[in-house]
Structure formats: structure tokens, C-alpha cells
Design a binder for this molecule. Structure first.
Ligand code: PEP
Ligand code: MN
Length: 264
């Protein structure tokens, strides 16, 4: 169902009025994890000032170590909802458990399925049954074919509002946290009719690489870019090394818009 052969025209996913995949670039910014109302509101303010609509933030965090911050859970979703209402934004947040979808649905606008859960088939089925758009991230070691099949799980249950997100894959290279598979973007665009985004934060794990990789994503035809922003990354409870502070975010966005203008 997700194949371009079945549907030649691009799918456009509407996120509370913001269309993703309509030819214009979309941007998703926000903290790695929701930590407090003030923290999310500070980022939302900056997103709003740029005329943007999409805000991310994790409430259920899939952490490598059980001793690391696991997220605020439903309290985090409540914070996101309050901020989204105040700033008229659409929020994207990861759900890690099929049983949480029903509870989360009233708080969020987009269900994110994270890399670690790309082949959690029960979660994919539950997201396919939900009446909310889904942002599906590529698995840590998933092939493009497996990634496309994961999207097929969602669509086969009747939910066609899917955005694919390349977020880097595991290779032998240690200079970056993951290896951004930039060629996945044109391949996914060719093989499927779904919008494709690139998460530059988790692909690289390096703040100094966010801008060059975002430029590459745009140049190669991505429909959007995701990056993490935190008012004070040094004290962030997760992904401290790669989130941008607000002034860096301002500069990042300015330079990205310049590239966007040049490529038009
Ligand atoms: C995230 O976007 O918050 C995240 C955990 O990313 P990933 O699933 O790609 O590692
Ligand atoms: Mn993160």
C-alpha cells in the first residue's frame, strides 16, 4: 500500500493544518525530552516566532540504560498539550507501548514510533488502528526494505497518515553517533509515496554537524528536517551533547532558510 507503484502521487499528511509532503519543507523542533512546562514553553516560543507549527518532545523516553531519565510519562504529555494549546502548535511525541496510545491520543497530534520500536509489530498495529498521523523512525539496524514494511504494517490497518524519518543507522563508524544514510531519502521517495524527513540530531549526535546534514537533507529532496532544541542543553536530562540552545537554533534556522531559498 505504501508503494509508489500503487499510488504515483505524493501523500500529503495534514498535521493540524500544517501539510507535510506538499512540496514545501517542514521542520520539527523541540527538546529531546519534556522536562518542565517552562522548558517546553521556551522552545515553543522560539518555534512560534519562526512561524513554524510543529513541536516535538519525548514523554516516554526509550533509554539505553534503565538508570537514565525515563521521561515524565503522562505528565509530560499534559505539559505538551498545554504548550501546544497556548502557542497553537501541533505536537509530536513518542509512544512506546500499544496500551498507551489510547491514553495519549487526547494530548498529542502525531504519534512518533522510535527507532527502537520500528519492528514492534504490536505497536505498529495499534498505531495503524489509531486515528492520528504517525511519524515512523527507521530502526537502528533496519534495512530500507524493513523500514518500508514497518510503514506497511501501519497502513494495512487503515492509517495512511505516515511520515517516514531517516535517523541514521548503526555502522562501524564512531565519529558520529549513527551514520546518516542520506541516500535513503531519494530511495524512500522513489519506492513509496510517503513524506520523508531527516532527524539530524540522532543521526549525528553532534551539534556541529546539525547544519551541514540538514543542508544535505534538503538538497537530496527530504520533505522535512527534525532537530532537538533545549533552552539549556548543558543541564538537559537526555542528549545533552547534541541539542541546540535557542541562539544556536536561531542561527541554524536562518542558515537553513538561506539554503532553502537558493535551492528553489
Ligand atoms: C527521539 O526522537 O526522541 C528518539 C529517541 O529518536 P530515535 O528513536 O530515532 O533514537
Ligand atoms: Mn534525543
Amino acid at each position: 500500500l505504501v508503494s509508489r507503484k500503487k499510488k504515483p502521487e505524493n501523500t500529503v499528511v495534514n498535521l493540524k493544518g500544517k501539510e507535510v509532503g506538499n512540496g514545501e519543507l517542514s521542520y520539527v523542533f523541540g527538546p529531546c525530552a519534556v522536562e518542565s512546562y517552562e522548558q517546553v514553553a521556551a522552545v515553543a516560543q522560539s518555534v512560534k516566532e519562526k512561524g513554524l507549527k510543529l513541536l516535538r518532545g519525548g514523554a516516554f523516553k526509550p533509554r539505553t540504560s534503565p538508570y537514565d531519565f525515563q521521561g515524565l510519562g503522562v505528565e509530560g504529555l499534559q505539559i505538551l498539550k498545554k504548550v501546544a494549546d497556548e502557542y497553537d502548535l501541533a505536537v509530536i511525541s513518542e509512544i512506546v507501548n500499544p496500551a498507551h496510545i489510547e491514553e495519549a491520543i487526547d494530548y498529542i497530534d502525531v504519534i512518533q514510533i522510535g527507532a527502537r520500536n520500528m519492528q514492534n509489530f504490536e505497536l505498529l498495529k495499534a498505531a495503524g488502528d489509531a486515528k492520528k498521523p504517525v511519524l515512523l523512525k527507521r530502526g537502528l539496524s533496519a534495512t530500507i526494505s524493513e523500514f518500508i514494511n514497518a510503514a506497511e504494517y501501519i497502513m494495512s490497518r487503515g492509517n495512511g497518515d505516515i511520515i517516514l524519518c531517516e535517523r541514521g543507522i548503526r555502522t562501524y563508524e564512531k565519529a558520529t553517533r549513527n551514520t546518516l544514510d542520506i541516500s535513503a531519502v531519494p530511495i524512500l521517495k522513489k519506492e513509496t509515496h510517503l513524506p520523508v524527513m531527516v532527524d539530524v540530531t540522532h543521526s549525528t549526535g553532534r551539534r556541529d554537524l546539525l547544519l551541514p546534514t540538514a543542508k544535505a537533507a534538503i538538497a537530496v529532496g527530504a520533505d522535512g528536517v527534525m532537530a532537538e532544541v533545549h533552552p539549556d542543553p548543558a543541564v538537559a536530562l537526555s542528549d545533552s551533547a547534541q541539542q541546540m540552545d535557542i541562539p544556536t537554533f536561531d542561527q541554524f534556522y536562518k542558515e537553513i532558510k538561506e539554503v532553502e531559498g537558493r535551492l528553489k
